[in-house]
Design a protein around this ligand. Structure first.
Ligand code: PRP
Length: 198
């Protein structure tokens, strides 16, 4: 256990081996991205679209540093079979409420790994003929990328390690850590115990 991290962040951080990207670094980068978005979309009112659930931390923080009018909406997806998942095909279980035809859409993602999910969802949004469609990703994991997708705004490259926090989870846990941390091997190995939450 890393006592210093637990002392600062409490018991949720007990399985964290190392802080990879600090809370302050995330705050600063999100502020820079928010500033760039505010400048680039000046005079427009873009729709920020996120996919639940991991993006909610980034979305909330990003919205608070953007100083132009924006609207926000969310998609929720669920996987079909493993085979479909491997092709990036996902089932929409919650669609957008805002019509995006003719609108400037900024797709906001917490993490891009293979790129399959993003590619699939972007194709689906493109069919609705937005005026523009750009992507903002905070955490980029390039090691497993199968499809290259232009990222208009990018936060950090992540190492090919099991990291959690700021929306990234292990079986729904650790999302609410305010930093990106490396899980210790023990926690990854014993993640079955995480299913008990009362
Ligand atoms: C994350 C992220 C993307 C996807 C990226 O969601 O929000 O949707 O993984 O992976 P890919 O590039 O390999 O397709 P996740 O499935 O972890 O769901 P969550 O946001 O609810 O944690």
């Amino acid at each position: 256990m890393n006592d210093a991290i637990v002392q600062e962040y409490g018991p949720l951080a007990r399985d964290i081996h190392e802080v990879v990207i600090s809370e302050a670094e995330i705050r600063q980068r999100v502020a820079e991205i928010g500033k760039a978005i505010s400048t680039d979309y000046s005079g427009k009112c873009p729709v920020l679209v996120g996919v639940l659930k991991g993006v909610l931390f980034l979305m909330a923080d990003l919205l608070r540093v953007i100083n132009i009018p924006v609207e926000v909406d969310f998609l929720a997806v669920s996987s079909y079979s493993a085979e479909a998942r491997n092709k990036g095909m996902v089932r929409l279980v919650k669609d957008l409420e805002i019509p995006i035809y003719g609108r400037h859409v900024l797709f906001v993602e917490d993490v891009i790994d293979t790129g399959l999910t993003l590619n699939y969802l972007l194709s689906s949004l493109r069919e609705r003929q937005p005026a523009s469609l750009e992507v903002c990703v905070l955490f980029n994991k390039p090691a497993h990328r199968l499809l290259e997708i232009p990222l208009r705004y990018k936060g950090f490259d992540l190492p090919d390690r099991f990291v959690v926090g700021y929306g990234l989870d292990l079986r729904e846990r650790y999302r609410n850590l305010p930093f990106i941390g490396l899980l210790n091997a023990e926690a990854i190995k014993n993640h079955d115990h995480l299913s008990e939450c009362s």
